[in-house]
Design a protein around this ligand. Sequence first.
Ligand code: PEP
Ligand code: MG
Length: 299
Amino acid sequence: NRSQYRAMIGQESVTTDGKPIRLYANIGTPSDIASALENDAEGVGLFRTEFLCLGRRTIPDEEEQFKSYKEACRLMGGRPIIIRTLDLGSDKQSELLNLPQEKNPALGFRGIRIGLTHPELFSCQLRAIYRASVCGNLSILFPMITSVREILQIKKLIRSVQDELTKRQIPWRSCPIGIMIETPASALLSDELAGEVDFFSIGTNDLTQYTLAMDRQNGSLDSFYDPYSEAVMKEIEITVRNGHRYGCQVGICGELAADTAVTDRLLKMGVDSLSVSPHMILPVRKAIRESCTDPVPAF
Ligand code: PEP
Ligand code: MG
């Protein structure tokens, strides 16, 4: 089986009816790039930057973040990298910020909510990303979006970071910006959100958790938790349709992207890219090459 996947190295990720699908890797730190490249990733579709904070007592400062993003660019050598801004809170390292204990952390202070409440922290990361933007092919992705208002606030902060860098004569490049579609609100509002951004990345882990109202980490719900829920499939369909109508590319970066049992179905819905753990790239490439985006097979 391993050799059948090894044979996928160097092959194109293209469906039987000729649609190229971008097949990217999910990483947590630049050190994951080695295995992404070994498995022939075409880019990094999700750089979970909160992993840079793992096991630490403080959040890395601008210089340290800049070095990590620059290193990722160097290792990827011009291939696209989608950097997601810190998605702290809920289950991930919320103690770093001295946040108050919450009764429902998954429904609480996490993701972009922390960034917009602590603009100095958020701008520090944006500065590090824009400084690294001249070193590679970077896009920026924002987690846990629920409204157009949040995007407008983000864009305002982006503009002020860009103005500041320009004033200080630090070179930067403009980067495509995208949002995670991982709340039911964002899937339902995807027509309005699409007008504000360049791409969508569907986070099926949280989207499933919030759509089914089931804690993704609560093992005692396993018999109820359905990763193939038709409710989530419908949200993916709505998101792709709305994204495409307004010129947004739509990818999936949650676990569902790596599930080869649904690759054909996801591609038939029109999904443009899949981002998966490095070890799943080759199996998913094989599944893409056996899929057809045309609902009516040609005879
Ligand atoms: C998701 O929610 O599907 C996702 C990709 O983000 P994370 O797993 O980091 O929450
Ligand atoms: Mg998520």
